[in-house]
Ligand binder design. Structure first.
Ligand SMILES: [Zn+2]
Ligand SMILES: [Zn+2]
Length: 403
C-alpha cells in the first residue's frame, strides 16, 4: 500500500485497492476462529506499520487498538472492524480460498479488517487537518465470543483519553443486499440473540405403566408449543420476538420413560423492552407447565448479544455521507431490522453510532439467490474494499469536523 495524499477519500481509496485486496486475501487464506487470532493480528500490525498511530494489543484476546491523534484539537470517534472466521470448511472454489480445513472467513470479516486498515491509512494521510482522534478497533471473537465486550473491558473506549462521541461499523453481505449498496436504518438494526436452556426433570420407569413414573417428555413437548403461543399472544406484532427450539433430546428407547428431557432455543428480540419481557415470561411459562404436571423444570435464560441499536441521528448522518460519496442509488433505507445479532451492540450501548450493511456479492450474481453469509460457498467481492475504507474514513472525518 502507498500513503494516499490528501485529495478526496475516494481517490485515496482507489489508490489503495491492490494493497487492500492483497491484505484481505492473505487473511482469507489463513482464517482464525475465536478470541486468539495471532496470525491475523500480525498481519494487521504489519499493515499499520509506519503509520502515525498509538497501537496497543489486547491481553485476554488478540485485539489491536490503534489511535490516530489529529493535528488539531477535537473529540474522538471509533471505527470498528472484526477479524474472526467461522468453523466452516470453505467450498468457494476461489484461488485464495482458506488453506485451513474447518475454518473460513464465511462472514466477510476479512474484508472488514482490510477496510479498517485502509481507513487508517486514508485518515493518517490527513492527520494534520484532522480535528480530534480516531480509535481503530480491530476485534477478534465477534462470532459468539463477545470480543467487543472484552475489548470494552480492557479500556477500548478510553483509548483516546476521552470517550468517543460516535462509533461506526460496516458489515459486508454476500447475498440479500444489492452489490455496492449501503443500507442502514434508525433504531433497532439487528436482533438480540439469547439462549433458553431447559431441563425437565421427572423420574423414569416402564413405558407401559406411565402412572408409576413421572414422564418429562409430554410436558417438554407442551413447553415447545406453548413457547410459540407465547410469541403470538403476548408480544406486539410490531415489536416481535422469535423463539426457535433447535435442539431437543430425551430418552433412549420406545419402552423406557427417561428421567429428564432437555431442549435449547434461540430467542431473538428487537427491543430491550421485549427482551426483558421474554426473559421473564419464557422462564415462568416453563416452570409453571412443569408444575402443572407435577414435574420440575430448570429454565436457564442466557443473555448473549443485546439488540444492535443505531442512534437515529448517527444513522441518518452515515446514510448522508454514503449518498454524498457514492450517489443516492447506492444507499438504501433498510425497512426492517435483521434477525441476526452483532456484538458491536455492546459498543452501541455505550456510544451513539451506526451499523451499516454493504452488499458485496460478486458481479453478475443475483443477491436474492447468492449463497448467504456463513455458507461454505459464500463469496464476497473485494473490489468493494476501497469503497468500504472510504466510507469509514469519511464518517470519521465528517463527524470530527462537524463536532
Ligand atoms: Zn457472522
Ligand atoms: Zn459478521
Amino acid at each position: 500500500m502507498m500513503a494516499g495524499e490528501t485529495g478526496s477519500v475516494l481517490d485515496g481509496a482507489a489508490g489503495l485497492a491492490a494493497g487492500l485486496a492483497g491484505l484481505r486475501r492473505q487473511i482469507h487464506r489463513e482464517p482464525e476462529i475465536g478470541l486468539d487470532l495471532p496470525r491475523t493480528q500480525a498481519k494487521v500490525l504489519a499493515a499499520l506499520d509506519g503509520l502515525p498511530l498509538q497501537v496497543t494489543t489486547g491481553a485476554a484476546l488478540s485485539s489491536v487498538t490503534a489511535v490516530l491523534r489529529g493535528g488539531r484539537p477535537g473529540p474522538a470517534v471509533l471505527l470498528r472492524g472484526d477479524m474472526d472466521a467461522l468453523p466452516v470448511t470453505e467450498r468457494s472454489g476461489l484461488d485464495y480460498a482458506s488453506a485451513i480445513p474447518g475454518a473460513m472467513h464465511a462472514c466477510g470479516h476479512d474484508l472488514h479488517t482490510a477496510m479498517l486498515a485502509g481507513a487508517a491509512r486514508l485518515l493518517a494521510a490527513r492527520r494534520e487537518q484532522l480535528p480530534g482522534s480516531v480509535i481503530f478497533m480491530f476485534q477478534p471473537g465477534e462470532e459468539g465470543y463477545a470480543g467487543a465486550r472484552l475489548m470494552i473491558g480492557e479500556g477500548l473506549l478510553d483509548a483516546a483519553g476521552e470517550r468517543p462521541v460516535a462509533a461506526y461499523a460496516l458489515h459486508v453481505a454476500s447475498a440479500q443486499f444489492g452489490r455496492g449498496v449501503f443500507a442502514t436504518r434508525p433504531g433497532s438494526m439487528m436482533a438480540a440473540a439469547d439462549i433458553l436452556e431447559v431441563t425437565v426433570r421427572g423420574h423414569g420407569g416402564h413405558a407401559a405403566q406411565p402412572h408409576l413414573a413421572a414422564d418429562p417428555i409430554p410436558a417438554a413437548c407442551e413447553m415447545v408449543t406453548a413457547l410459540q403461543t407465547l410469541v403470538t399472544r403476548r408480544f406486539n406484532v410490531f415489536d416481535p420476538i422469535v423463539i426457535t427450539v433447535g435442539s431437543f433430546h430425551a430418552g433412549t428407547a420406545d419402552n423406557i420413560i427417561p428421567d429428564e428431557a432437555r431442549f435449547l432455543a434461540t430467542v431473538r428480540s428487537f427491543s430491550a423492552a421485549a427482551r426483558d419481557r421474554v426473559r421473564a415470561a419464557s422462564q415462568r411459562l416453563i416452570r409453571e407447565i412443569a408444575a402443572a404436571h407435577g414435574l420440575e423444570a430448570v429454565a436457564e435464560y442466557r443473555d448473549e448479544y443485546p439488540v444492535t441499536v443505531n442512534d437515529d441521528t448517527e444513522a441518518a448522518f452515515a446514510a448522508d455521507a454514503a449518498r454524498d460519496l457514492f450517489g443516492a442509488d447506492r444507499v438504501a433505507a433498510q425497512p426492517n431490522p435483521l434477525p441476526g445479532a452483532e456484538d458491536f451492540s455492546f459498543v452501541l450501548e455505550e456510544v451513539p453510532g451506526a451499523f451499516l450493511m454493504l452488499g458485496t456479492c460478486p458481479e453478475g450474481t443475483d443477491p436474492a439467490t447468492a449463497p448467504f453469509n456463513h455458507a461454505a460457498d459464500a463469496v464476497f467481492d473485494d473490489a468493494l474494499l476501497p469503497d468500504g475504507a472510504a466510507l469509514l474514513a469519511e464518517l470519521a472525518l465528517r463527524r470530527l469536523t462537524a463536532a
